[in-house]
Write a protein that binds this ligand. Sequence first.
Ligand code: 3HC
Length: 289
Amino acid sequence: MEIQKILVVGSGAMGSQIAMVCALAGLEVAVQDLAEASLEKAQSELRARVDRNVVKGRLSAEERDAAFARLSFDTDLAPAAEGVDFVIEAAVEKLDVKRELFAELDRLTPEHAILATNSSSFVPSRIADATGRPDRVVNMHFFNPALVMKCVEVVRGPQTSDATVDATVALTERIGKLPVVLDKEIPGFIANRLLGAVRDEAIRLLEGGYASVEAIDTAARTALGYPMGPFELMDLTGIDIGYYTKQGRFEETGDPADAPSRSVTEKVEAGELGRKTGKGWYDYTEGDH
Ligand code: 3HC
């Protein structure tokens, strides 16, 4: 199957950059989000990001304009879903929302379309049975910032067909990313599970009063060679993302060890979610970071 048209659902940091990566690779991309303001923010942020590549000589102005001409933005799902070959869902990390969305996508998209989710916490089998095409449901998990990070985890569920995995791997390569295929589904996949172990330990050190946010991040960067410390990374990806992931896991297992930590819960309740709100573990309003 030749993939020509993609639908990206959700225009947050992940959805918008995933859409741009696909448009830059020559695909026609519809981006759908219920919130008009989010679509507008996505467009202006993408313009600024991609303009930098033109200034740096990595992309011509014509290539940039052609990529933006391939992108369309819509608040309605039905027109955006028309004639698409592949969907990448990057909406909020809530299972009931995703299941409802996949049932609707199943009704609205052509029979042959593959329905992929960028979710890191919900494996294909949690979503696939909300559709009539469980063999064409797969996880295609990008990393933040999606314009930059090479890896895309491709995760198959028990019902995902080989053809779906092959098409997802081929699409990943076509958009210039590096596919990493998981043979069996597990929440968090590979990278987030590794990351989660480091993040949990960082929070334990902070909450135990052993070291400050700054000290822990500095050690991660300068002793381990991490590009950013665990707190800086939470601010980049959104503190709420990790919170919802843990909350979901806790609801499933009932194990207090899986529940969001006290300090993360406080940040979420205070609306301090990281860079996107101007404040998280660090303050971004005064240009100090
Ligand atoms: N969006 C798009 N591009 C960005 C960006 C953003 N938010 N932040 C930085 N960049 C670009 C910069 O524009 C720059 O591009 P340029 O070469 O054209 O100038 C390039 O990235 C390098 O940026 P900087 O020189 O400013 O800074 P760094 O060298 O520190 O790189 C980084 C920034 C790429 C974000 C790097 O710090 C990094 O790799 N950090 C770790 C990121 C990471 O671990 N991501 C995974 C998160 S987990 C996840 O996404 C899973 C999900 O389920 C939550």
